[in-house]
Design a protein around this ligand. Structure first.
Ligand code: CAO
Length: 448
């Protein structure tokens, strides 16, 4: 007998919520076979077993918050008492469709928990899902399990709508279930629901969008996603622990905008987009090499400041799941075109939740640009253990007094929040001034 415990998933990730149990008691599983799907603060990942064997016991269920080191399943060499090991119960044609042949290196890549997450979304058009729910006791005799063919995105939609895929009749070839089928089933459930009664999930729990009523009117109670729960925790901790100040300034980016327009096509030809964010990332990366206390962590217990020699730039991305901050590693060593490609790619994959855990870790400073949406200044919250964050707001054309006359200039508002315990106001003013000058006169960067 061996216990499989939740392994380390990466820096600062100590737990996650089980979104799916992928095996059941009696299953014979291979080494590296995914056993649970876990939503961490950063992404949804499948966690593979570290050994082969027969599942004797499952110690977690959907919705459980599990911590690193916690036992997930118990494996043994033989089937548990009264149970024959189950290998593969899917009909052969379903199996064939569900499991396209993989090159060994692809299979190996996919076996790593941090790499596998939702990448399957694009890689495999349809995957097989065993219909049986995780259970501790053997399946009821006579109750046949059937293979459910549905793409990962469809499975996710079903989870969101509280639809049991087993109950859905697939309209596609071989009974494949489409998003439309799931929505149709969700609609049927809604019609059949008595007024005022909350919809139920497949497992009998309350569905995510339950309408309730208090004495002032109706309201909807929504469970927090893993990303939201972690944001809540991190922001609260940062707010309580870091006494920060936000220094604002604005940069005249009229010339820079001309440069952006002039060279945007060239970057586009390389497959990227030369955006304000990309340029700011580049300039901040240069600044951090000169103002090392902004590229540092604080160790309060040891009373030390850790000045980082590498510049890993977090870029805040607004996604439908909540705020995600993928990291451009070694941002200071990359060209604008490389940064454009990487920022664009990371933002896209953060939104699709196919970004890898390693790409969400190791940041030393963060840039958050709300300019695409609008607004003037804001007070961004520092992402612990970092010590500063730069907020960028919408550039607007303003009348600016230049050499005895007003000129229409494009002004970019900047908001620098910094940890005032280790950074003094004067240092922050110098840092943001340097950024402003570099944005206005990029040659400034080559001066010192
Ligand atoms: N001023 C003026 N225009 C701006 C701008 C700014 N500061 N920033 C972006 N824009 C423009 C872009 O030029 C683009 O216009 P065009 O399509 O005409 O070129 C448009 O707004 C949309 O930009 P974008 O958002 O696609 O690209 P980006 O690189 O500027 O931003 C990203 C990328 C990932 C930073 C952004 O999409 C995003 O998610 N921002 C929100 C970040 C966030 O949520 N921060 C809050 C964190 S704290 O809760």
């Amino acid at each position: 007998m061996s216990e499989f415990k939740l392994p380390e998933l990466g820096e600062n990730i100590t737990d996650g919520t089980v979104t799916k149990v992928l095996v059941k008691v009696g299953d014979k599983i291979e080494n590296e076979q995914p056993v649970i799907e876990l939503e961490t603060e950063k992404a949804v990942v499948e966690v593979p077993s570290d050994a082969a064997g027969v599942v004797q016991e499952i110690r977690v269920k959907e919705g459980d918050l599990v911590k690193v080191g916690q036992v997930l399943i118990v494996l043994g060499g033989e089937a548990p008492k009264g149970e024959a090991p189950k290998e593969e119960e899917a009909p052969p044609e379903a199996e064939e469709e569900a499991k396209p042949e993989k090159a060994p290196e692809q299979a190996e890549e996919e076996a790593k928990p941090e790499k596998r997450e939702q990448a399957e979304e694009e890689a495999a058009p349809y995957v097989e899902e065993k219909a049986a729910k995780p259970e501790k006791k053997p399946a009821e005799p006579g109750k046949e399990r059937r293979a459910v063919l549905a793409a990962p995105s469809v499975r996710r939609l079903a989870r969101e709508l509280g639809v049991d895929l087993e109950q859905v009749k697939g309209s596609g070839a071989g009974g494949r279930i489409s998003a439309g089928d799931v929505k149709g089933q969700a609609g049927k459930k809604e019609e059949g629901r008595p007024a005022g009664k909350a919809p139920e999930k497949a497992g009998g729990e309350k569905a995510e969008a339950a309408v309730e009523r208090d004495k002032y009117g109706e309201f909807e109670r929504q469970p927090m996603s893993g990303v939201r729960k972690t944001t809540l925790e991190h922001i609260t901790t940062a707010w309580e622990r870091i006494p920060y100040v936000t220094q604002t300034d604005s940069a005249d980016i009229t010339e820079l905008e001309r440069f952006r327009k002039a060279y945007g096509k060239r970057v586009e030809a390389a497959g990227g987009k030369l955006t304000v964010t990309v340029i700011v990332v580049k300039i901040v990366a240069e600044a951090l090499k000169r103002f090392r206390q902004f590229n540092a962590f604080v160790d309060v217990e040891k009373e030390e400041i850790l000045l980082k020699d590498y510049v890993n730039m977090g870029v805040a991305v607004d996604t439908e799941h909540g705020l995600m901050v993928p990291v451009v590693h070694d941002a200071d060593k990359k060209t604008l075109t490389e940064l454009a490609l990487e920022v664009g790619d990371l933002a896209k994959r953060a939104r699709a939740r196919t970004v890898e855990l390693s790409e969400l870790q190791g940041g030393t400073f963060t840039v958050t640009n709300l300019g695409g949406i609008g607004g003037s200044w804001f007070t961004p919250i520092i992402r612990e253990p970092e010590v500063a964050i730069l907020g960028v707001s919408r550039a607007v054309t303003e009348p600016v007094w230049v050499e005895g006359d007003f000129e229409a200039r494009l002004m970019l508002p900047l908001s620098l929040s910094y940890d005032h315990r280790i950074i003094d106001g004067a240092d922050a003013a110098r840092f943001i001034r340097w950024l402003v000058e570099a944005l206005e006169q990029p040659m400034r960067m080559t001066l010192d």
